[in-house]
Design a protein around this ligand. Structure first.
Ligand SMILES: [Zn+2]
Length: 198
C-alpha cells in the first residue's frame, strides 16, 4: 500500500515516469492495472475511487496506490474523520459530532476510540517524521497536562508543518498529509504498526 496524491492525472504521470518508489525496496514502480473500486464518503457526498495498482520492477511485489483522501478500510474520507477527532479533543461528545457530520453515532465513537487506542503509537510515529523532515527540530516533549490524544494531534500538526517546509508547498489538505505520513493506518487495528520512517 502506498499513499499518493488525490490527483489521478498526476499519479498516472508519476507512475509512467517511474517517479514512485516501492515501499518495500525503493525500486521503481510501474503501472499494474487497478484495484477494486470503492466508495468514499466525503463532506460533500459520495465519491467512487478506483485505486491504481503498481508493480515493483526490482522485487516484483504489487502495491495498491491509495489516494491520501482515504484511510485503510474506512469508507469515510480522512477529512471527515479528522474533523471528528479534533472536535472530540476540544471537548465535544461523539453524538453531537455525529449529528454535525451526518454519520451514525456508533461509527464516530468507533473512530474516536480507535484513534485514542493508537494515540501513543501515532504520536511516536509523528515525532519520528518531525525529526526525519526537519533536522533543526527541537526536542518534542509530551505536554504533561495534556492527554495522549492531544499530544498525538499536536505531534501530527508539527509533522505536517515539517512536511510542508520540506516540500516547499502548503498542503491542499493537512489531513491528506496525515494520511500519507501514516500510510493510511491512522485508524488501523491496534496491533498494526506504522511502517518505519526512512
Ligand atoms: Zn520493491
Amino acid at each position: 500500500m502506498l499513499i499518493v496524491t488525490d490527483d489521478i492525472d498526476r499519479t498516472e504521470h508519476q507512475l509512467t515516469a517511474g517517479e514512485l518508489a516501492c515501499p518495500e525496496c525503493q525500486g521503481e514502480l510501474r503501472p499494474w492495472g487497478h484495484a477494486r473500486a470503492r466508495r468514499l464518503r466525503t463532506r460533500h457526498g459520495t465519491r467512487h475511487i478506483r485505486p491504481r495498482r503498481a508493480c515493483c520492477r526490482v522485487c516484483g511485489r504489487t502495491h495498491v496506490l491509495l489516494a491520501g483522501v482515504a484511510l485503510l478500510r474506512r469508507v469515510d474520507a480522512v477529512e471527515v474523520i479528522g474533523e471528528a477527532i479534533v472536535a472530540n479533543a476540544a471537548g465535544l461528545g461523539h453524538r453531537p459530532i455525529a449529528a454535525r457530520l451526518g454519520r451514525p453515532a456508533a461509527t464516530v465513537r468507533g473512530w474516536l476510540r480507535r484513534f485514542a487506542a493508537r494515540a501513543e503509537r501515532t504520536a511516536s510515529h509523528a515525532v519520528a517524521w518531525i525529526y526525519r523532515l526537519d533536522v533543526s527540530a527541537f526536542r518534542v516533549d509530551p505536554d504533561r497536562d495534556g492527554t495522549p490524544v492531544r499530544f498525538a494531534l499536536a505531534a501530527l500538526g508539527r509533522a505536517v508543518a515539517a512536511a510542508e517546509r520540506f516540500m516547499g508547498t502548503t498542503a491542499h489538505s493537512r489531513w491528506q498529509v496525515v494520511s500519507s505520513l501514516c500510510s493510511g493506518r491512522l485508524l488501523a487495528n491496534t496491533s498494526c504498526p506504522y511502517p518505519p520512517v526512512r
